[in-house]
Structures are given as structure tokens and as C-alpha cells.
Design a protein around this ligand. Structure first.
Ligand SMILES: [Zn+2]
Length: 121
């Protein structure tokens, strides 16, 4: 077996490469933390861009809440509200993840409900 990073020959069971310190067992742990990071990044991007667009709509379009822009606004509300689920998915511990997903789903339902309500009025 050779180190995946520096190609040094590894003898016996070592946790880290003696030459460069690379972990020799990039287990599920590092994979799942990469996935979590991705979920959090997507969530933050959704949040950032939807806030940015909502802010711009309010500034640029007068009476945005009466025009078809309202639909776009509602769409953005839904995206950022539902994207909270991504944050829940990023949690690694199983029990906490389950609870967080339930909370995020309830939050998403609330966002859907309040926006549909707003849409109908
Ligand atoms: Zn190495």
C-alpha cells in the first residue's frame, strides 16, 4: 500500500502517513462531512440570492406586491423557506438529523401555507 498523497510506501497499520501526515483511512466520515458542507453551501447560496433578488425587487419595482412580481416574490420565499431542509440534511448525528428534518419540514409547510394565503389575497 502507498500513501494516496505522496506515494510513500506504507508498512503495517498506520493511521497517518509518516512522510506527509495524510490520513490513510479516508473513511465515510470525510465523505459525509463533504456532503454536509455541500448542503450548507447550497442552502447559503439559496438564501443569499433569494434575499438579494427580493431586496432588488422591492427597490426597483414600485407596487411589486400588486404586480406579477408578487409571484416571483412568493417563489423566492418558498425556495428559501424550503431550503432550510438542506441545513437539516447536513446534520450528521442520526437522531438530531431526524428531528431537524421534521422541524425543517414543518417550517417549509408553514412557509408554503403563509405564502399561498398571501397569494390568494
Ligand atoms: Zn504521504
Amino acid at each position: 500500500m502507498n500513501c494516496p498523497n505522496c506515494r510513500t510506501e506504507i508498512t503495517g497499520i498506520q493511521q497517518f502517513c509518516m512522510n506527509c501526515g495524510t490520513s490513510l483511512f479516508p473513511t465515510k466520515e470525510s465523505n459525509s462531512s463533504k456532503t454536509s458542507d455541500t448542503f450548507i453551501m447550497i442552502f447559503l447560496s439559496f438564501l443569499f440570492f433569494s434575499e438579494l433578488i427580493r431586496f432588488a425587487l422591492q427597490k426597483i419595482i414600485p407596487n411589486w406586491y400588486e404586480s406579477p412580481t408578487k409571484l416571483l416574490f412568493i417563489g423566492l420565499n418558498l425556495i428559501s423557506g424550503i431550503s432550510v431542509i438542506l441545513l437539516a440534511l447536513a446534520i450528521k448525528e442520526k437522531n438530531k438529523k431526524t428531528i431537524a428534518i421534521i422541524l425543517a419540514a414543518l417550517h417549509a409547510l408553514y412557509i408554503i401555507y403563509s405564502n399561498v394565503d398571501w397569494f390568494l389575497h
